[in-house]
Design a protein around this ligand. Structure first.
Ligand code: FAD
Length: 394
């Protein structure tokens, strides 16, 4: 009963997708999650995710049609989201839905806390503490997918560098959404680039229907996260809204150079350090990570070669390396000082910049169609970084 082809540790978006794909491919798969904590998350997902992973309408608690960028001097640039919307999900229900979907496909759900991977003559074993009985249990398996999120215990124990992934700490408060006003629009995301809120990342107000997520992130240890969020709520007119939850969690900053241990473990999602630079977007990339980990596991199970586990990272990077590189360069260039942030928001006035960044976000593609627009953006970018042009006045 406790023998599997694959044990997936962690039932967030990465693990749930991996387990579903493996079960649909006819493999005997266990999905282990400790359960009991809602993942702290802004919950913004792009149309590409909704389409690729068939997310039903009921999971969307809001549809965002405008992104408002706010600069340190409170300039605002409203970017209309053309041909679609950014979806908002509530992670309490979204993650449970994905886990149920994996179980419906045939994955065996187990609730408990992962403790260790052990190996002996009989094979590889995943050891966990069962939540209901409190007992220590051992599952025997050919392969393990480590999808246990940021600061993954599987990554720390099994994959070189898994214990040294750099992080932004993100903190947010879930509040009761106010009635719509000029300052709060339930169909608009606000993204705040202001060193007083975050010296190296950004702050946000993301509507979620009856609730909203208000928060910020930073890599600096000395920043008062709660103080910065209180300042953001005050500046957004949300200070008096009832607070439902306060919570924080790390967001990884850099994908690991290797996602497998060359033997029987492959990582997916935050566990592999995979979150988009600049935006901190991780849900879509976690789900893709789960999918490529499942593909690599299937290849390895079929061939008997451990080296096939490397396929996971290779497949992921083939498709997403370009977008990660552009977003990384943007973060390096513009998140360093208020002067740079001011220029970044100013650059967002440009319709071509809006199209380029939104295409990269919405559909996960760099647009190649308009070389002249790219050239113009490149030149503007340089002029802004060199301080040769002044930020646009609004
Ligand atoms: C404050 C904040 C806001 C964010 N906002 C956004 C956003 O708006 N949009 C976006 O795309 N991304 C956002 N992100 C990033 C996104 O939440 C993550 O990238 C994403 O959840 C990663 O999915 P995952 O499946 O890899 O890991 P997780 O979602 O962290 O799932 C890991 C799972 O593993 C389980 N687990 C962990 N340890 C163990 C253990 N020892 N035993 C058993 N189970 C275990 C946990 O219970 C959890 O279910 C945000 C992150 C933070 C912190």
């Amino acid at each position: 009963m406790d023998r599997f082809d694959v044990v997936v540790v962690g039932g967030g978006p990465a693990g749930a997708v991996a387990a579903q794909d493996l079960a649909e491919a006819g493999k005997r798969v266990a999905l282990l999650d400790r359960d009991g904590r809602i993942k702290p998350c802004g919950g913004a997902i792009p149309p590409r995710l909704i389409a690729d992973f068939a997310i039903p309408d009921e999971q969307l608690v809001a549809r965002i049609t405008t992104a408002r960028m706010i600069s340190p001097t409170k300039r605002r640039v409203d970017i209309p989201i053309e041909n679609g919307f950014v979806g908002m999900v509530d992670r309490e229900h979204f993650d449970a839905y994905l886990r149920d979907r994996a179980a419906a496909a045939g994955a065996v759900r187990l609730t408990g806390t992962f403790q260790a991977i052990e190996r002996d003559g009989a094979g590889t074993h995943v050891v966990f503490r069962d939540k209901a009985s409190g007992e220590r249990r051992r599952l025997t398996t050919h392969l393990v997918i480590g999808a246990d999120g940021a600061r993954s215990n599987v990554a720390k124990a099994e994959v070189p560098g898994g214990d040294r992934i750099p992080y932004v700490i993100a903190y947010h408060e879930i509040i009761e959404a106010p009635a719509p006003t000029e300052r709060y629009d339930p169909d608009r995301c606000d993204v705040i680039y202001d060193g007083a809120i975050s010296p190296d990342f950004y702050g946000w107000v993301f509507p979620h229907g009856g609730q909203a997520s208000v928060g910020m992130g930073t890599q600096h240890t000395g920043v008062d996260l709660k103080g910065a969020t209180a300042a953001l709520r005050a500046a957004s007119g949300l200070a008096d809204c009832r607070t439902i939850r306060k919570e924080g969690a790390p967001i990884p900053l850099k994908p690991l150079d290797r996602w497998d241990n060359g033997r029987d473990v492959v990582l997916a999602g935050d566990a592999a350090g995979v979150v988009a630079p600049s935006s901190g977007e991780g849900i879509y990339y976690a789900m893709v990570g789960g999918r490529v980990a499942a593909t690599a596991a299937l290849a390895s199970l079929a061939s008997g070669r451990a080296s096939d586990l490397r396929l996971a990272r290779r497949l992921f990077m083939k498709e997403h390396k370009g977008v990660f590189r552009v977003l990384g360069a943007m973060q390096d260039a513009y998140y360093k000082s208020d002067m740079r942030r001011e220029r970044f928001v100013s650059l967002c006035h440009d319709v071509d910049v809006q199209k380029l960044t939104f295409e990269a976000y919405m559909n996960k593609k760099l647009v190649h169609a308009r070389p002249l627009a790219h050239l113009k953006i490149g030149v503007k970018n340089l002029l802004h970084l060199a301080g040769i042009v002044a930020p646009t006045r609004v």
